[in-house]
Design a protein around this ligand. Sequence first.
Ligand code: HEC
Ligand code: HEC
Length: 161
Amino acid sequence: MKRLAIVLLLTLGMNAAHADGRKMAVPENAKWKEECSSCHIAYPPNLLTAEDWQKMMGGLNQHFGANAELDAKDRKDILEFLKKNAGNGPRHSAASLRISDTPWFKREHRSVSPKEWVHPEVKSKSNCSACHKDVARNLWSEHDVRMPGGKRWEEKEGDDD
Ligand code: HEC
Ligand code: HEC
């Protein structure tokens, strides 16, 4: 009986820890979701600094080759939300204003080989959901990554070709 209790406790504890690790806390905001996920996924605000978001939101008419201009009120509201939830420090900043150029991103993805980035199903580092298949449910963990071809990351790692 005692043993069962311990096993139960351990299992429950592990599940809780696992669940926490899998969910990156991405805050919700209806306007941001609507306006910033029509051309690509809604990139999590914590992956870029407040200063970078401010610069980006100041140039939406020339947004990485696209025109993503908003009216003044929406721009202000979304910027406020992004700044409030922004990341901190140089590792979350890039002159290009791309999350995929930040030191944090490069380090986190250092084991991803160059050929995976140019795979026809991926094409661009900005195409997060090509590998992070479940970001609509905020599942960003490596356990939820499916590499091109559908392989789990853990399996891929041990793979030599
Ligand atoms: C009209 C289409 C469009 C809209 C609307 C749009 N974007 Fe983008 N965004 C793009 C394109 C195109 C790129 C470049 C993607 C690429 O290089 O593959 C991009 C790239 C980005 C990147 C850089 C991705 C990386 O590589 O790290 C961020 C961050 C970003 N957008 C944020 C936003 C935010 C915030 C909003 C809402 C205010 C928004 N976008 C709305 C078209 C759009
Ligand atoms: C080519 C596939 C691919 C693309 C595209 C990609 N990632 Fe990843 N990402 C991975 C892999 C694989 C890992 C796990 C790396 C490791 O553990 O060594 C990872 C790890 C992460 C992690 C950390 C997860 C954890 O468990 O700590 C985050 C957050 C993340 N990526 C965000 C992004 C964002 C944001 C984008 C788009 C701007 C993106 N990724 C684009 C494959 C990709």
